[in-house]
Ligand binder design. Structure first.
Ligand code: BGC
Length: 754
């Protein structure tokens, strides 16, 4: 049925229209019964449904319906698997239809600027390309069921401290290259029905009333067609917000702001057409859902199986000195309460009321020989002598020990950030003690963000389970015992220590948070600094091995509009079936701007039987080579060479090739009195004007003495001469007497094309 929404709006009163622009309560939009406009419900998400039937709150305090807790974003992103994320979204879409939810509040795609952000477990990656691709696949899956998503939190919401008032202060290039692209890709590839604006300000202006962000960038540039809703309580000034492009305020503000909208229309300070347009955008999405209601069952059991699959395909094997997989015949000790009581999700608004939780002890085969010792509590940081003693006894008698370590709930959550990157001291201490009586030690980590691993060089294995969702126990058991082959890779770098992180000196400031590291976030920084990390971005081991071979590109010379097809052959050289995540990075060799050494521009996950070879294909376009040039407010790739690198991680690059790009875009060049001769000499448009000045200056700096040698030859070398000429501002040619000021100004006008 094609609805005439405009006509419907023409029948609405001003009060009804203003009312549509804010929530009815915590989770519902208002309806207008007399016009057949239904009141629809939205709900968190996104890694499961947090449908609160009564007692709404946005902090996860009150109970929600029993549902399936899928792996939070921190883990699912490590799958690097678009098909799996699509299947995940498809299941959430079905679940939402089964529970009459019109919009699921997610995915959350904010960039992990620091490992300390309390909500990193809800976010995908430090890399905007991976975050964008992952989000787009998930959104497409959900929305195939005509259930909306609300990609959040737009934008630059990268810390919890003072999240409702602080300002993320970043230059435009940084926002465009790092903090925006996940949203941009999702809008362009998946058109989320809604976008949730963040609480914070950006360079001083609240996201909820930022016309540049919500209208110019989001709608005019990227083509967003849905509606923008506020994060819960993110409205600062309602009328400026509406004008800026914030259609829906959530949750209800008890009609306070509706009244301001009505008053503004009445006194002429708000054009009613702006309100009508906002209502139209909201109603389009409301009816998109209600006109396509599906009969779906809430298939908890089947969905639990998918949660297990996602977890298994995402957990990352970080270290394996021939200690894994475990054999059922081995005597194994499981130590740490996380083995019984795994931490599988984070706290706050995304908290799911799981209908079942699997632990690893109940998930191993009945034939496996495992003894459990609690060792330490999963909830706090208290070293318990009795528990430790028992754990050491158990460890001594075993062939191998698996320690289930991790962060207690209180260590990381929505609402606050961590202040350090350490595991509880009691866990680190017990691990060291176990290492003194047992050499075969494996650590399984349950954490929403990286932790320092002081024992790393001494343990034989590390499995990063992150927060595994409710099927965590089964997934960990599958991987430890080799019923599944590990195939996740890190969606973030793991630094050795907190102070290595590029945002270390400005993260968590209260009012103005200066993003002073700019575009150098995550591996972009560690690689530029040639800094060792515990584990690099894109890294993860398998129980098999892969060989990379035969890189080919269908073009080696391109211009702006060309697409390049890149292919590579990957072979499973081990003896079990496995999946490899093949990564493509691009490095800019042109020297036209300061850029990361290399950036992820493609990835594919491929499943291979032992001995099998498959060709993996990538397509690159202009954007794959470009950076955001603030002078033209657009993406720009300079002429020159670019490196194409194929790797198993950002630091395990196996093959490389080169592409030459001839740019068809010339950058504007505005000459002024302080433009340097160097800048003028390197630009074809201006070089001719200043050649003469260059010659004259060179002679001044290097006049030969009568005997062909001068003292100054030692003081002023050829290199210094060249550098001095290059750095000379144009204004100095007047003081050297090469021309008059008037002549110079005339020349500048000519160079500027006037
Ligand atoms: C969070 C959002 C969430 C909303 C509703 C807010 O506090 O920032 O991510 O969707 O609450 O629960």
């Amino acid at each position: 049925m094609k609805r005439n929404i405009k006509q419907l709006i023409s029948q609405m009163t001003l009060e009804e229209k203003a009312g549509m622009c804010s929530g009815l309560d915590f989770w519902h939009l208002k309806g207008v019964e007399r016009l057949g406009i239904p009141s629809v419900m939205v709900s968190d998400g996104p890694h499961g449904l947090r449908k609160q039937e009564e007692g709404g709150d946005h902090l996860g305090i009150n109970d929600s319906i029993k549902a399936v807790c899928f792996p939070p974003a921190v883990l699912s992103a490590c799958s690097f698997d678009r098909d799996l994320m699509h299947e995940f979204g498809d299941t959430i879409g079905r679940e939402a239809q089964a529970n009459d939810l019109s919009v699921v509040l997610g995915p959350a795609v904010n960039i992990k600027r620091s490992p300390l952000c309390g909500r990193n477990f809800e976010y995908y990656s430090e890399d905007p390309y991976l975050a964008g691709e992952t989000a787009a696949a998930f959104i497409n899956g959900v929305q195939e069921h005509h259930v909306g998503t609300s990609i959040k939190h737009f934008a630059a919401n990268n810390q919890e401290f003072n999240r409702m008032s602080c300002s993320s202060d970043a230059d435009e290039r940084t926002l465009r290259e790092i903090y925006f692209p996940a949203f941009e890709t999702a809008v362009k590839k998946a058109q989320p029905y809604t976008v949730m604006c963040s609480y914070n300000r950006i360079n001083g202006t609240f996201a909820s009333e930022n016309p540049w962000l919500l209208t110019e960038v989001l709608r005019d540039e990227w083509g967003f067609k849905g509606y923008v809703m506020s994060d819960w309580g993110a409205v600062n000034e309602r009328v400026p917000g509406l004008k800026a492009g914030l259609e829906l305020e959530m949750p209800s503000s008890g009609g306070v702001y509706d009244k301001e909208i009505i008053a503004a229309v009445k006194d002429g300070s708000l054009d009613e057409a702006v309100l009508d347009q906002a209502v139209e955008r909201i109603l389009n999405i409301v009816f998109e859902y209600t006109d396509h209601r599906e009969t779906q069952e809430f298939t908890l059991e089947a969905d639990h199986a998918l949660a297990r699959k996602i977890a298994t395909e995402s957990m990352v094997l970080l270290k394996n000195d021939s200690v894994l997989p475990l054999k059922e015949t081995e005597k194994v000790a499981f130590i740490g309460e996380f083995a019984k009581k795994p931490r599988f999700q984070g706290g706050g608004s995304s908290h799911i009321n799981s209908f079942r939780i699997s632990n690893v002890i109940d998930s191993i085969s009945p034939d496996a020989t495992v003894r459990y010792a609690k060792g330490f509590s999963a909830d706090d940081d208290v070293y318990d002598e009795t528990l430790a003693k028992e754990a050491l006894e158990t460890a001594k008698c075993a062939d191998k020990v698996v320690v289930f370590a991790g962060l207690p709930d209180s260590f990381e959550s929505e609402g606050y950030d961590r202040s350090h990157m350490c595991l509880p001291g009691c866990q680190n201490r017990l691990i060291e003690e176990i290492l003194s009586v047992q050499s075969e030690v494996i650590i399984v980590l349950h954490n929403g963000s990286p932790v320092e691993m002081p024992w790393l060089s001494k343990v034989k294995g590390v499995l990063e389970a992150y927060l595994g969702g409710q099927a965590v126990g089964e997934a960990v058991a599958d991987l430890l015992y080799g019923r599944a082959c590990p195939c996740g890779k890190l969606a973030e770098s793991m630094p050795y220590k907190l102070s290595d992180n590029p945002s270390h000196l400005s993260f968590g400031d209260g009012e103005n948070v200066r993003y002073q590291e700019g575009i150098f976030v995550g591996y972009r920084y560690y690689d530029a600094k040639e800094m060792p990390v515990a584990f690099p971005f894109g890294y993860g081991l398998s129980y098999t091995t892969f060989a990379y071979d035969h890189l080919r590109m269908d073009k080696s010379d391109i211009t702006n509009s060309d697409m390049v097809k890149v292919s590579v052959d990957v072979t499973n050289t081990g003896d079990v079936e496995g999946k490899e995540i093949v990564q493509l990075y691009v490095g800019d060799l042109t020297d036209a701007a300061r850029r990361p050494v290399r950036e992820l521009k493609g990835y594919e996950k491929v499943s291979l039987l032992p001995g099998e070879t498959k060709t993996v294909n990538f397509t690159l376009d202009y954007r794959s080579f470009a950076w955001y040039n603030e002078a033209i407010h657009d993406w720009y790739a300079a002429s020159g060479d670019y490196e194409i690198l194929i790797g198993a991680s950002s630091r395990d690059l196996r093959l490389s090739g080169k592409i030459h790009l001839t740019s068809q875009r010339t950058l504007p060049f505005k000459v002024h009195m302080n433009t340097t001769l160097g800048e003028l000499l390197t630009d074809q448009r201006t070089a001719g004007y200043v050649e003469d000045f260059k010659k004259k200056l060179s002679t001044i700096f290097a006049t030969p003495s009568a005997d062909g040698r001068r003292d100054e030859d030692v003081a002023i070398t050829e290199e210094m001469n060249t550098a001095m000429v290059a750095c000379m501002p144009l204004r100095n040619v007047v003081s050297y007497g090469f021309c008059s000021k008037e002549e110079l100004l005339e020349m500048i006008d000519k160079m500027n094309g006037r």
